[in-house]
Design a protein around this ligand. Structure first.
Ligand code: SAH
Ligand code: SF4
Length: 360
């Protein structure tokens, strides 16, 4: 039987394990802080523990959660993508995107951040069952859910990586491979663990979950009242076009989805983001923009539009700059905030061609 992954252990599970090993109570904090404050990821780094305990831990727990298989740096050096091998040889991707305070983000306007950002884009599943036609992960099909520990490990890896450079992770977007609301429990457990003040203490508001729009999960998310940001992949403003791009729309249509989104904004008081990959001649028309602005009128929201990242196996192409601008102008004139995002790290196929600085 394979050993449990270190980050799969909850605080109470780790506590009981140490008690079973006959350790005094204070050991728990030493191990937990070693993991989540110092980002140690191998037993021999725990210099605060007796060697014999280090050895026992290495026999009982797998500390080697992610094995970096390939690291790609974008030509501007600002985006790093790592393909990790998991314990069962499957592969996921995690991306680090660096943004400087005065960076131009959309090609036309300066996007001023008050502080620089180090955003990690993490995966929630290996593959995805949702089958969106323009998505490289969707084309892979579904392999399996990531465990909470495998989700946590992606952030810990980059926290450690940046710490060596005297830097820190500032934001996390769950918009790598997979649909987080199709792996709801593990995703939330990972967020709650990373958010815990006794550990990493990473603020809930610094997380953004991106979902294709599974309505029952959105309702559950609303009821659980976390301060995490929500983003919905909309991509089309009418059911027939959206169903042709995102098959899940046949089950959860646009109007019901937008109603759930509105409920989220009312209950949480938070703005919701809608993502829109602009595909030339498909969803970048003025008609779509007018229909969208009409449908979003009563929702506290923001539209993040990004030219499609072309992927193999999908014939769509990215929109042109002028069509993107026209699309945006229609929304903005109608009072719906919209930003056209630059594609980040396209030379390294950041996030299976999915991701992007969609969030910055
Ligand atoms: N499953 C979740 C999160 C992962 S996908 C979701 O769908 O929201 C992250 C984002 O990348 C989504 O908005 C998705 O629609 C978008 N995306 C996928 N493939 C893309 C592509 N080829 N070009 C641009 N955006 C893409
Ligand atoms: Fe899955 Fe999101 Fe890709 Fe759709 S866009 S297939 S939901 S990862």
């Amino acid at each position: 039987m394979s050993l449990p992954l270190i980050y799969d252990l909850s605080q109470s599970q780790l506590k009981s394990l140490l008690v079973e090993l006959g350790e005094p109570e204070f050991r728990f904090q030493q191990v937990w802080h070693g993991l989540y404050r110092n980002f140690w990821n191998s037993p021999d780094e725990f210099s605060n523990l007796p060697t014999i305990l280090q050895r026992k831990l290495s026999e009982l727990i797998n500390f080697h959660v992610l094995d970096p298989k390939a690291t790609l740096h974008s030509s501007d050096g600002e985006t790093i993508k790592i393909a990790f091998t998991l314990h069962d040889s499957l592969i996921i991707e995690t991306v680090l995107m660096k943004y400087d305070p005065t960076e131009i983000t959309d090609g036309s306007e300066p996007g001023h951040f008050s502080k620089s950002r180090r955003t990690i884009c993490i995966s929630s599943q290996v593959g995805c069952a949702m089958g969106c036609v323009f998505c490289a992960t969707g084309q892979m099909g579904f392999r399996r859910n990531l465990s909470r520990g495998e989700i946590i490990a992606q952030l810990m890896y980059f926290a450690r990586f940046l710490k060596k450079q005297g830097d820190v992770v500032t934001n996390v977007v769950i918009m790598g491979m997979g649909e987080p609301f199709h792996n709801y429990e593990n995703t939330m457990e990972a967020i709650d663990c990373l958010n815990d003040p006794n550990g990493y203490n990473f603020g809930a508001r610094r997380f953004t979950i991106s979902s294709v729009g599974i309505i029952p999960s959105i309702k559950r998310f609303i009821s659980e009242k976390r301060q995490v940001n929500l983003s919905i992949s909309l991509h089309a403003a009418d059911d027939s076009l959206r169903s042709s791009m995102l098959p899940i729309n046949k089950k959860y249509g646009i109007d019901a989805l937008l109603e759930a989104c509105r409920e989220y904004t009312l209950e949480s008081g938070r703005r919701i983001t809608f993502e829109w990959a602009l595909v030339n001649g498909i969803n970048d028309s003025a008609d779509q923009a007018y229909l969208l602005s009409h449908k979003l009128k009563k929702i506290l929201c923001h539209v993040n539009a990004i030219p499609l990242n072309p992927v193999e196996g999908y014939r769509g192409r990215a929109t042109t700059n002028s069509r993107a601008k026209e699309f945006k102008n229609i929304l903005v004139k109608a009072g719906v905030p919209c930003t056209i995002r630059l594609r980040r790290g396209t030379d390294i196929q950041a996030g299976c061609g999915q991701l992007a600085g969609i969030f910055e």
